[in-house]
Design a protein around this ligand. Structure first.
Ligand SMILES: CC(C)(COP(=O)(O)OP(=O)(O)OC[C@H]1O[C@@H](n2cnc3c(N)ncnc32)[C@H](O)[C@@H]1OP(=O)(O)O)[C@@H](O)C(=O)NCCC(=O)NCCS
Length: 378
């Protein structure tokens, strides 16, 4: 579809509305994020991750008995097939956890008789299974690669508590568990971000839920998307000290290098998720008596605002929060997936409900009318 010299293609599809959805909305000018009509601050203050999963899938808050049944369903799905654990034990120990997650989630398909069904009931059952299981995979991989026994999930615990428990072999205390639970709420959905769009494109072909989620995990792994949280902590470690922040930022900007965790494709003001994570980073700094990472982050935030008018995104303060929770750097993005699975599956269910194959056009800018030349004449 060539249109001459003027391009009609929106670079990066910015501003293109590619789906109707009731799941979530981002107002980038005002810095407002809503899930199914509820403001993220309201949910972070009062809800739990399990309840938010229900909300995203069903479009309304549950009654107590609905929430109990939904939570029970999620918890009864924490376990993963022994074959998947055995398979993971064969992977190279230095494999990237996002690659492991992508591969292991894909294999769950073999053990789910509903995996390729796209009716609401079956696909919700599959969504429940993956949402219960994904954290178990991420935590199990960290144990396996470190030569430790895999910790069996505890179905008396919430998804947040259970994840930290399986990772460390010890239950988190109530304050840490609640912070982690809120972090999961904050990452649950974000409208048509790159990975969610990916899941909808795959679901739009009527491929099964596992295919859509596997593709979503692949998209999330990139450093311009979910991979940014790990990159932020690497940057902080590289800078090393508060006194070195100014020079680092100046140098990065002079060399047109991006500071990870800063800027957003939609927000033009404070990302409301960063407001909570900034608070958690500070709380963890106080809990651990180690304020350096929080102070360095604050200074970067201040400089980027002064010099570029840019704000931190969700990944910026989650980095120092997770670091002080003693979570390995390369698990930050898998944790994002442990939460975002709820939004991905919500969008997949929504896509199936009123499906139309997603098939945009490309603006062709190549040549036309060339004639095939035998290889001996080229
Ligand atoms: C998220 C992101 C991809 C948004 O991209 P975008 O809205 O398309 O903005 P662009 O990448 O086109 O950047 C616009 C300008 O701001 C600059 N910029 C954007 N993010 C920047 C950052 N983190 N640090 C320094 N400069 C940045 C770009 O270099 C560009 O400058 P230019 O106009 O002089 O070329 C981008 O801000 C980024 O790469 N941030 C770092 C990675 C990150 O944290 N990702 C997680 C997102 S939740």
């Amino acid at each position: 579809m060539s249109t001459g010299t003027e391009s009609t293609a929106a670079a990066g599809l910015r501003g293109v509305v590619a789906a109707q959805s009731k799941i979530g909305d981002v107002d980038g000018e005002k810095g407002v994020l809503i899930y199914q009509g509820y403001d993220i601050h309201d949910l972070a203050e009062h809800s739990t991750f399990e309840e938010v999963v229900y909300l995203l899938w069903n479009g309304r808050l549950p009654t107590q008995s609905e929430l109990d049944a939904h939570t029970e369903q999620l918890r009864s799905n924490y376990g993963i097939p022994a074959q998947v654990i055995e398979l993971m034990k064969q992977f190279p120990k230095d494999a990237d956890p996002m690659d492991v997650l992508r591969t292991a989630v894909s294999t769950l398909d073999f053990f789910d008789k509903d995996g390729h069904k796209t009716d609401r009931e079956s696909s919700t059952r599959t969504a429940t299974r993956i949402t219960g299981q994904i954290g178990t995979i991420a935590a199990a991989w960290d144990r396996i690669r470190n030569g430790k026994d895999v910790v069996k999930p505890d179905s008396s615990l919430s998804i947040a508590e259970n994840f930290l428990y399986m990772l460390r072999g010890e239950r988190p205390d109530a304050e840490e568990a609640r912070m982690f639970d809120i972090a999961l709420i904050l990452h649950a959905d974000h409208e048509l971000n790159a990975s969610t769009f990916t899941t909808r494109v795959v679901a739009g072909t009527l491929a099964g839920v596992y295919g859509a989620i596997t593709a979503g995990i692949a998209a999330l792994a990139g450093p311009l998307h979910g991979g940014a949280n790990t990159a932020v902590m690497k940057t902080l470690l590289e800078i090393g000290d508060l006194s070195a922040v100014d020079a680092f930022v100046d140098n990065a900007l002079a060399n047109k290098q991006k500071i990870m965790g800063i800027g957003h494709a939609v927000y033009r003001t404070e990302d409301p998720r960063a407001t909570w994570l900034r608070k958690f980073s500070k709380t963890m700094a106080e809990r651990k008596g180690e304020s350096k990472w929080f102070e360095m982050s604050q200074r970067i935030e201040q400089l980027m605002y002064e010099k570029k008018g840019m704000y931190p995104n969700v990944d910026f303060y989650s980095a120092s929060t997770y670091y002080l929770m003693d979570i390995p750097l390369d698990l930050y993005t898998p944790i994002f997936a442990v939460s975002r699975i709820s939004g991905w599956t919500g969008h997949v269910l929504e896509q199936y409900e009123n499906n139309k194959l997603i098939r945009p056009r490309a603006e062709y800018i190549g040549e036309r009318g060339l004639k095939y030349k035998p290889i001996s004449e080229r």
